[in-house]
Write a protein that binds this ligand. Structure first.
Ligand code: GTP
Ligand code: SPV
Ligand code: MN
Length: 591
């Protein structure tokens, strides 16, 4: 068999299946070179240098932003493309009405045609990666083949990438196969295909975020959720945060909010000055893998090793931790530039932009945005000043509460607690949220986004809810389940809740509920804080606003219940009967 010219490396010998697969992809895509990534600092430096030379990466002001770079993506390739994302199961029903579906043979044939010869003149990079701590029994490995050095750099920050991962693959004897090419970046020749039955992903025509960094949404959510169902765990779109109270006790919370709805911010929260003694520890900001532990509690690991975070809105007041963190060794994508060659974005507060996210001259007078609303930073988790040492714990952290949330200007109160796990599954399934710039399409439209997983569940939501119910039944000490909404607006369209650091006030109530230290007011939809139980000392929120934030409007909720019934109907027999029973309960309590 002819082999492509490639640097000598003993690595493939460690995992023969990988070598075989790489060779078959090489024959299909015909790259000029094959490079096996070892994940070393030297390799990373070389890749950056190479991209600087080709103009794909721009070095930023090295005095104020040491080690930072800027990349512009193609203007048509700036977010996840949900309409071009498919779950290709043998049985269409297994993908469910929540996913686009294509028959596996048809999808494979289409992708084969696209991939054929697509790497001519390019380098094929082999990126072995591990999702989760290398020594955790809960971690899972994959190999991404890509022709984008930008993707390699991102993967080296976002995952445990390189030699150690390949060694683990050899030990595990299995891995997720992810094949990616930026192709022509033509939206008409762009597909993100998932083959959960084969643990495989094929992505063509995009170089951006969740479309291209295959370890993230494609593997750690779509493929992993499928695996989790068969193996008895959960793969979720959740942050994981440790909250240390003034007594020095740390409790862990996992929270599922849809894309661009506050996960990174909550995971890195800075306590308000009026709450001295509290401390926050970030375990993860986007994805959680949750396993029932031997003690009957639910344990979470963060499969990622870095953050691919929303840049706009990040400043000293909203998230000083993130603001400081992205001042070194950070890769920015699609932000604007100042005259001093510093990155700039809406809400940075300091300085002004001279060029926009496409590198074109920017006139502030135009009124449009200069950084793309979905511009992102990629940075290693270890750069986070409050990175939890428990993030590296192979067994993960015990979860006291799971919090669901959406971005809703009305209806959903600031916080409420589900009656029990089964009711909580309905609460999670009922999450609705305004769409954001994290995916292409209209922004600000309310849609159902169950458990913040609408774009990421790798199988039928009906089966997914049944699986959630099953996991809850098996847990002797399940976490309590809550719903929050930081995004209620008043008649003038202004946010009624200060949000950000002040969200700790809500977290404190949640933790007190978990510890049985505070009562609650029972309502038709669940338990709400009694007046006076939320610590509002030093918070800038009026009594009337608080009343509104914690109100449950029977009319709005009757409407919500009937919409939810219609939504469940879409899933036919696959939607568990327990969900309708929970809706009956709410309706009855509403009177
Ligand atoms: P993904 O990375 O897309 O999954 O997003 P995310 O859920 O991590 O959202 P992130 O924390 O990056 O926040 C998205 C946007 O919401 C940013 O512009 C934030 O400034 C804003 N935001 C976050 N938390 C709050 C809050 O409590 N209140 C308000 N009003 N805005 C917030
Ligand atoms: C999201 O959209 O939820 C993200 C960004 O976290 S991406 O990696 O593009 O999925
Ligand atoms: Mn996300």
């Amino acid at each position: 068999m002819a082999t492509a010219p490639q640097a000598f490396t003993p690595l493939p010998l460690l995992a023969p299946d990988v070598a075989e697969w790489v060779e078959s992809v090489r024959q299909l895509t015909t790259p000029d070179r094959v490079h096996w990534c070892d994940g070393s600092a030297a390799e990373l430096a070389r890749l950056k240098q190479q991209l600087e030379k080709s103009g794909e990466l721009k070095q930023l002001n090295q005095t104020t932003f040491p080690g930072c770079h800027l990349a512009y993506s193609h203007p048509s390739d700036v977010a996840r493309v949900e309409h071009l994302t498919f779950i290709c199961t043998r049985n269409k029903e297994d993908a469910g009405p929540n996913n686009n579906w294509m028959a596996p043979e048809e999808a494979r044939a289409r992708m084969r045609a696209l991939f054929k010869g697509c790497m001519k003149g390019r380098t094929l990079y082999v990126v072995p990666y591990c999702m989760g701590p290398i020594d955790s029994p809960y971690s899972r490995c994959g190999v991404e083949i890509t022709d984008s050095a930008y993707v390699v750099i991102n993967m080296s920050i976002m995952t445990r990438m390189g030699h150690a991962a390949l060694e683990r693959i050899a030990r595990d004897g299995r891995f997720v196969k992810g094949l990616h090419s930026t192709g022509e970046l033509d939206p008409d020749r762009r597909f993100i295909m998932h083959f959960p039955e084969d643990l495989a992903i094929e992505s063509y025509g995009s170089g951006y975020g969740g479309n291209a960094l295959l370890g993230k949404k494609c593997h750690a959510l779509r493929i992993a959720s499928w695996q989790a169902r068969t193996e008895g765990w959960l793969a979720e779109h959740m942050l994981i945060v440790g909250i240390q109270n003034p007594q020095g006790e740390t409790r862990y919370i996992a929270a599922a909010f849809p894309s661009a709805c506050g996960k990174t911010n909550l995971a890195m929260l800075i306590p308000p000055e009026s709450m001295p003694g509290w401390k926050i520890w970030t375990v993860g900001d986007d994805i959680a893998w949750l396993h029932p532990g031997p003690d009957g509690r639910l344990y979470a690991i963060n499969p990622e090793a870095g953050y691919f975070g929303v840049v706009p809105g990040t400043n000293r007041a909203t998230n000083k931790n993130a603001f400081d963190m992205i001042h070194r060794d950070t890769l920015f994508t699609n932000v604007a530039l100042t005259a001093d060659n510093e990155p700039w974005w809406e809400g940075r507060k300091l300085n002004t932009p001279v060029t926009d996210w496409q590198g074109k001259p920017y006139k502030t007078a135009d009124g449009g945005v200069s950084a793309h609303p979905n511009s992102r930073f990629t940075v290693a988790a270890r750069n986070n000043p409050i990175y939890s040492p428990r993030s590296e714990d192979p067994m993960g952290v015990p979860i006291s509460a799971i919090v669901f949330g959406g971005r809703r200007r009305e209806v959903a109160p600031l916080v409420y607690e589900a009656r029990d796990w089964q009711h909580g599954v309905l609460v999670g399934a009922s999450v609705a949220s305004e769409t954001t710039a994290a995916a292409t399409g209209e922004v600000g439209v309310v849609r159902r986004d169950p458990m913040a997983m609408k774009p990421f569940a790798g199988y039928n939501f009906g089966d997914y809810w049944a699986h959630w119910l099953e996991v809850g039944r098996k847990l002797e000490h399940p976490p309590r389940l809550f719903h929050v909404n930081w995004f209620r607006r008043d008649a003038d369209g202004k946010f009624m809740w200060p949000g950000f650091g002040d969200n700790l006030r809500v977290m404190e109530w949640i933790l007190k509920r978990c510890a049985g230290q505070v009562g609650a007011r029972e309502s038709a939809i669940g338990y709400l804080p009694n007046p006076g139980d939320l610590n509002l000392e030093g918070a800038n929120v009026s009594e009337s606003a608080m009343k509104e934030l914690l109100a449950v409007s029977p009319d709005a909720w009757r409407n919500e219940v009937s919409e939810m019934r219609a939504y469940l109907k879409e899933f036919g027999d696959r939607a568990p009967a327990e969900m309708s029973a929970e809706l009956d309960g709410i309706e009855k309590r509403l009177g």
